[in-house]
Design a binder for this molecule. Structure first.
Ligand code: FOL
Length: 205
């Protein structure tokens, strides 16, 4: 059985782990934050493209002009055939996260389209499905320090000092830079009146 690729979850969340409201991001105007998302999910060990796996609602939340996310293999997970058909014109469709991973694994094996890194980009249901799997090794978390009202939450609380869920450890800045492949801006960033910080978390075995 071919081994499945490691999964990296990438998310921006408030202190309460809020990630969305009314089908979209809770905040607006975090341009540099979004640019970080695009840069990191695109960047490669040169050669293959990275893949982004997302739920159908996340797909619909991305502005049409940015869909499919350019320079990345887009896979959309949906249980509904009709919704799948609508997205299928421009992205690969899968009925479940398992199927998405199997598809990427097969592509990899047949070398049709070698895949670099695999990112899970949300939303809550797909994050939860990914976190239930051993392959989910890492979370690139942008911790938004201002509070926003949210109706959708990241399913694990990542926090230092015993306030978080167990099984995860925050990486040091050097480890983060090495994995991300750039010098990630350090400390609290401020944009559009919102403060945030770039973090990386790894599963503790
Ligand atoms: N992770 C982080 N760190 N920040 C996010 O905003 C984020 N958003 C999602 C998942 N993980 C995230 C899901 N939502 C686009 C829009 C919404 C979205 C994800 C991506 C999007 O349009 N991306 C374009 C960039 C467009 C731009 O430069 O403004 C892309 O090419 O990635």
């Amino acid at each position: 059985m071919p081994s499945l690729p490691d999964l990296t979850l990438i998310v921006a969340a408030t202190q309460q782990m809020g990630i969305g409201r009314h089908g979209t991001l809770p905040w607006t105007g975090l341009k540099k934050e979004m640019a970080y998302f695009a840069r990191v999910t695109k960047r490669l060990p040169p050669g293959p493209q990275n893949a982004v796996i997302m739920g159908r609602r996340t797909w619909e939340s991305i502005p049409a002009r940015f869909r499919p996310l350019p320079g990345r293999v887009n896979v959309v997970v949906s249980r509904s055939w009709a919704a799948a058909a609508a997205a299928a014109a421009t992205a690969s469709m899968a009925g479940s996260l398992e199927e998405a991973l199997r598809m990427l694994g097969e592509r990899q094996q047949q070398q049709q389209q070698a895949i670099g890194r695999v990112f899970v980009i949300g939303g809550a249901q797909i994050y939860a499905a990914a976190l239930a799997r051993r392959e989910a090794r890492r979370v690139l978390l942008t911790r938004v320090r201002s509070e926003f009202e949210c109706d959708t939450f990241f399913p694990v609380r990542l926090a230092e000092g015993g306030n978080g869920d167990g099984g995860w450890r925050r990486s040091g800045q050097a480890e983060m830079d090495a994995w991300v492949g750039e010098e990630v801006p350090r400390g609290v960033q401020s944009e559009a009146g919102t403060e945030y910080e770039f973090e990386m978390w790894e599963r503790v075995d």
